[in-house]
Design a protein around this ligand. Structure first.
Ligand code: SF4
Length: 246
């Protein structure tokens, strides 16, 4: 069984900004720029962030497509629909009744506070906007931070279950780290660069869905090839033991 060598012995404090950039560069070299968020506009991004809660992106993107084909990727149009008409349209995103209400809560907030103008929302001070969004019913840190980064282009690092799995295996933080601890791990080391934060998160999601899955495919992982002091200990400890001579 693999162990978290780095975090259990010396702690993640020894990981520097340059180290984190090296991990990113390795993933970028392997997979290219991910071009997130996969949407055609800021409101589609926000709708996608809400619908992707607790479901695969496939299920969420089907619901987004349905709304798009119906000409409903517009906050005013959603408010005219109401929850009972909206919910069946987003059925593929699971928990669709709750998510219909969440979309309408956001649309109401956005139309009331920013008169439907995304440029006004982008001008809001980041900490205040984050607080207000977190107060909306059903909006947790991951959803809010996705909106801040991918729709408002604010320098906010998004972390999720893939970040937890990969980061704990590499030894960046413990597997039971809080959302804030994981987020601070990145934001205290990296310069607040929305483009970097955008693609770093996207690279981790790609790695988490394709390689570093529940059962990781380490032989295909770019992090396996890194210099020994940065290499993932999950792999190092999995290396077959050489039997000592008697
Ligand atoms: S080497 Fe294996 S465990 Fe480590 S990050 Fe890559 S896939 Fe995950």
């Amino acid at each position: 069984m693999s162990t978290l060598i780095r975090s259990e012995t010396s702690g993640s404090s020894e990981i520097t900004r340059d180290d984190l950039l090296t991990y990113y560069q390795e993933l970028h070299d392997a997979y290219g720029h991910q071009g997130w968020w996969p949407s055609e506009g800021w409101f589609e991004t926000i709708v996608g962030a809400v619908l992707a809660q607790n479901v695969s992106w496939t299920g969420a993107s089907q619901a987004v497509s349905t709304l798009k084909k119906s000409g409903l990727l517009d906050p005013e149009a959603l408010l005219l629909l109401g929850p009972d008409t909206l919910a069946p349209l987003i059925r593929s995103s699971r928990y669709y009744n709750q998510k219909a209400v969440r979309l309408l809560v956001f649309a109401e907030f956005f139309m009331t506070r920013y008169r439907g103008d995304i440029s006004l929302m982008k001008q809001e001070e980041t900490g205040l906007l984050r607080e207000m969004l977190l107060e909306l019913k059903g909006f947790g840190p991951e959803t809010v931070d996705s909106i801040l980064l991918y729709a408002c282009e604010k320098p906010v690092f998004v972390v999720d279950a893939y970040t937890r799995r990969i980061g704990s295996r590499i030894g960046w933080f413990p597997v039971d780290a809080s959302y804030e601890l994981m987020q601070n791990f990145f934001t205290t080391r990296l310069f607040p660069d929305p483009d970097l934060f955008n693609d770093y998160h996207a690279q981790l999601v790609y790695l988490g869905t394709s390689i570093c899955r529940t059962k990781p495919v380490c032989e295909s992982c770019p992090i396996r090839q890194m210099p020994e002091d940065l290499r993932c200990p999950f792999v190092i400890s999995d290396t077959p033991r050489v039997r000592k001579k008697p």
